[in-house]
Design a protein around this ligand. Structure first.
Ligand SMILES: *Cc1c(COP(=O)(O)O)cnc(C)c1O
Length: 406
């Protein structure tokens, strides 16, 4: 790190530490040769979509990895969530966290189902089973858990609640590929779980998703639904949509899946590197992965305690962005603060104290195949430098922003 004085910070006109920005969720690209070979194959075959051999292979490999009876490839996880919700026959209200990506809520609302936002546990960041009961109404039909950062929800407690109230439980597992809950792979819990292979996820298929379920009838209904309700030629059995994954996406997904151990071990190395270096920073807490479980380590998540650190998450973000280190605020500002929920349910935040606190504190740091130990050193040194000089930084920012120049 080359900052000698506060004036060298990019926000005050110094050289940014990076010319090319460092991203959170920069796509991992592995084994280009193998991917291109598969693309050639699919072009030769002229099978571009409609449940071709790569999609079938991708589904098979995923079912093996996750240990589940059915894996159904879809064009993206949002479509996967929509299909699950519809196939489960959910209606009225479904209990969901607000501390998640917006698709968890949108996939309900777009079908006229109200997501009733439930607060999360302050330490796990996952939906808090102890807060579910107060969200249940006569209109409630389901619960959706999100395994945030790949750290499993309290699946047992949620299942017990779902059983007690006769609700359908499903999971947004977009973060949780290759992660476990009490030793069992995520993918087999609840009625169904949905993985994402979006470009920013650690295993990508450009765009893509996978629905995992052990329920035969549900799998059957979903397969029909994502293919217009077609059963064979000219025979449509039911209302449906087009949620199919294309062959080129499956070729990418397969190639990345084959390299899963490589990606995870790099993520893990980065995580351990950050953990070591961030140790001892007051007010900066790295979210830990439970080493008794399988983890994909795809997110480096820190919570900034403004009182202890002295500095806010938002000011840190601003300073990092100026250096072209594109740390991200998650899941800022929370689903309930985004439209249409903000207008529809203006008081939702009153019941979400932990969520409201987390969206002000959580920041994710760059990791993945394109980040190495030198980058991590740079990032942590910059953080150290900022914390050390924060009073002077604030003074200079104040001077910059006051029109008199004083
Ligand atoms: C990425 C993500 C989604 C959406 O996945 P797509 O494949 O982009 O539709 C849904 N939920 C969570 C928690 C996500 O992180």
């Amino acid at each position: 790190m080359t900052k000698k004085s506060v004036d060298d910070l990019a926000i005050f006109g110094g050289e940014p530490l990076y010319v090319e920005p460092l991203h959170v969720g920069r796509p991992n690209i592995v084994d280009r040769e193998k991917f291109l070979q598969r693309v050639n194959d699919l072009l030769d075959r002229r099978t571009l979509t409609n449940y071709g051999p790569y999609v079938q292979e991708f589904e098979r490999r995923m079912a093996e990895l996750v240990g589940v009876r059915h894996c159904i490839a879809v064009c993206n996880a949002t479509m996967g969530l929509e299909a699950v919700i519809r196939a489960l026959g959910l209606s009225g209200e479904v209990i969901a966290p607000s501390f998640t990506f917006i698709a968890t809520a949108h996939s309900l609302q777009i079908q006229g189902i109200k997501p009733v936002f439930c607060d999360v546990d302050a330490s796990t960041h996952n939906i808090d089973p102890d807060r579910i009961r107060e969200c249940i109404s006569p209109r409630t039909t389901g619960i959706v858990g999100v395994h945030v950062w790949g750290r499993a929800c309290d699946v047992r407690a949620l299942s017990d609640l779902a059983n007690e109230y006769g609700l359908k439980l499903y999971f947004d597992a977009a973060h949780a590929l290759a992660c476990s809950y009490q030793g069992d792979m995520i993918g087999s819990f609840g009625e169904a779980e949905v993985f994402s292979f979006h470009a920013t996820k650690f295993v990508n298929s450009f765009e893509g998703g996978m629905i995992a379920t052990n329920r035969d009838e549900l799998a059957e209904a979903i397969r029909l639904m994502i293919n217009f309700g077609f059963r064979g030629y000219d025979n449509v059995l039911s209302l449906g949509t087009n949620g199919k994954m294309s062959e080129v996406s499956a070729a990418m997904g397969l190639t990345n899946l084959e390299n899963l151990p490589v990606i995870i071990s790099k993520n893990r190395e980065n995580y351990e590197n950050y953990r070591e270096r961030l140790n001892g920073f007051s007010g900066i807490r790295l979210i830990a992965y439970d080493e008794r479980e399988q983890n994909n380590y795809q997110y480096i998540v820190v919570e900034i305690d403004e009182e202890m650190a002295g500095i806010s998450r938002d000011l840190l973000t601003q300073l990092f962005h100026a250096e072209n280190i594109l740390v991200r605020r998650y899941f800022y500002p929370g689903c309930h603060q985004m439209q249409p929920y903000r207008t529809l349910y203006p008081n939702a935040g009153l019941h979400l104290p932990n969520t409201e606190r987390l969206v002000q504190r959580v920041m994710t740091l760059p990791t993945g195949l394109s980040i190495d130990s030198a980058d991590i050193l740079t990032i942590v040194d910059l953080l150290d430098f900022i914390l050390l000089h924060q009073n002077r930084i604030r003074k200079m920012l104040f001077r910059q922003s006051s029109p008199s120049g004083k």
